[in-house]
Write a protein that binds this ligand. Structure first.
Ligand SMILES: Cc1cc2nc3c(=O)[nH]c(=O)nc-3n(C[C@H](O)[C@H](O)[C@H](O)COP(=O)(O)O)c2cc1C
Length: 150
């Protein structure tokens, strides 16, 4: 199985990098081939065709998704390429998970109505610094994917 983690963050080496690396490592340990890539607003996302699963997420800055991710959702063929695809979404933020579920996750999920969203996760106040949280998310994703042959 081939997965790609598509993300954006304004920081380097921040919580987004830590969380996506942990998710990716756990998927690799369970037989996935995993790449990660940032989301320039005007790129051609046709290359996503080759992946079985796309993980798509972003930290929140000033109530919004990271600007390059929202730019890609608005201005490129990203959404078109994700239509019909298995997608797992994640949000990383400083506030509580319950408010992020209302305020931030819809900014992603409402764009993905033509995709098959198999899992979603908010890494907020309670979960962002828990090293088990990315692993639990990866396990949830694995439980929704076909079994990988050894
Ligand atoms: C400039 C700035 C604005 C932020 N605005 C919000 C916000 O509106 N809501 C929220 O829940 N968290 C907010 N945060 C918290 C970030 O989403 C959180 O710290 C996240 O882990 C940042 O990811 P990073 O470390 O990979 O950059 C903000 C952080 C920064 C630096």
């Amino acid at each position: 199985m081939k997965a790609i983690i598509l993300y954006d963050a304004l920081s380097t080496g921040g919580s987004t990098d830590r969380i996506i690396d942990s998710i990716g490592e756990h998927l690799v340990k369970n037989g996935f081939y995993v790449e990660k890539a940032k989301t320039p607003p005007r790129a051609d996302y046709g290359f996503l065709e080759e992946f079985d699963l796309v993980l798509l997420g972003s930290p929140i800055y000033n109530l919004q998704l990271s600007p390059n991710l929202s730019g890609a959702l608005n201005q490129s063929n990203l959404l078109k390429t994700l239509a019909g695809k298995k997608v797992a979404t994640f949000i990383i933020c400083g506030g509580p998970e319950f408010s992020a579920a209302l305020l931030y996750m819809p900014q992603l999920k409402l764009r993905l109505l033509r995709s098959e969203v198999i899992a979603e996760k908010i890494f907020g106040l309670a979960e962002k610094n828990n090293p088990q949280s990315p692993i639990d998310f990866a396990n949830e994703i694995l439980s929704k994917m076909p079994v990988v042959a050894p």
